[in-house]
Design a protein around this ligand. Structure first.
Ligand code: C5P
Length: 273
């Protein structure tokens, strides 16, 4: 059976357990500015033509555009300039992991590109994280740039207990996520990319200050694609997410703009609860 689209699913959403308020009607207009700023569209496309299309379509509907390895390797920094020129903000998701000097230098270049957020691996260790953070702070001060938010990646969701064991990590994924989250927080990293299931444990261990950017989100009733442990936008915001990353449910919708608006409406409901 063909997967159902977000739009097909939109009007068949059931009320999640534990919610006291009524799910709001999908909005036909762009609204909920506070929630909209927190929606990140994953620009998982392979051409500048598609970038132009989606950015023109969605610049007023989402807060940021995520540029990952595929698009950046294909198009380079030009893609960032294109998005900025069309009024979009960028989350650069290249997951830096190298010796401290190399990651610090790459982080400085990310700051100079004017991205709003970028990622590096917490497992690169405290020296790597600290040097990247210091280098970014100092270049932003010296060159009067807005400092980007540094986000640490903890344990990739593709790795299970056995994968960790193979590379010498005895802790299970959940314990390792919390360990790396604490480490990143200690050296002043601003936030983390985490799966929806990790939000509660990270908040318990690290408090409310870290910015949590959460992929693996699906509107209720839409296809899960290859995401295994998903939450709805409403549930993820209620659980303590600061930003949600959503790709295919918007990109592949018959009406991507309306799909983004529906997600924002659901996020706003989660924020208001
Ligand atoms: O299309 P979909 O909404 O699943 O896209 C999610 C985006 O978030 C993709 O760019 C994917 O690479 C990224 N991501 C993820 N799961 C993680 C980390 C990142 O899906 N654990």
């Amino acid at each position: 059976m063909a997967p159902r689209s977000v739009n097909q699913a939109r009007n068949t959403q059931a009320r999640p357990r534990g919610s006291r308020k009524t799910r709001p009607e999908p909005s036909r207009r762009a609204s909920h500015p506070r929630a909209r700023r927190r929606l990140i569209f994953a620009l998982d496309v392979a051409s500048l033509k598609e970038v132009n299309h989606y950015v023109a379509l969605l610049a007023d509907e989402v807060g940021l555009f995520k540029v990952g390895k595929q698009l950046f390797v294909h198009a380079g920094p030009e893609v960032i300039r294109r998005i900025h020129a069309k009024g979009g903000a960028v989350f650069l998701d290249l997951k830096f992991h190298d010796i401290p000097q190399t990651v610090a230098s790459a982080s400085v270049e990310a700051a100079r590109l004017g991205v709003k957020m970028f990622t590096l691996h917490a497992s690169g260790g405290t020296d790597m994280l600290r040097q990247a953070h210091r280098a970014v702070r100092s270049v932003c001060r010296a060159e009067q740039l807005t400092r980007p938010t540094l986000l640490a990646v903890t344990v990739l969701t593709s790795l299970g207990r056995d994968d960790l064991k193979q590379v010498g990590v005895r802790a299970g994924p959940a314990a390792q996520v919390v360990r790396l989250a604490r480490l990143a927080q200690q050296v002043g990293i601003d936030g983390l990319v985490a799966s929806p299931q990790e939000i509660a444990a990270i908040r318990r261990a690290c408090g409310d200050k870290l910015t949590l950017v959460i992929p693996g989100v699906r509107p209720q009733g839409s296809t899960a694609d290859d995401q295994k442990r998903i939450l709805t936008p409403h549930q993820a915001m209620r659980a303590g997410a600061n930003y949600l990353v959503v790709g295919r449910p918007i990109r592949d919708a018959t009406d991507p703009r309306q799909a983004a608006r529906d997600i924002v409406t659901d996020m706003a409901w989660g924020l208001s609860g």
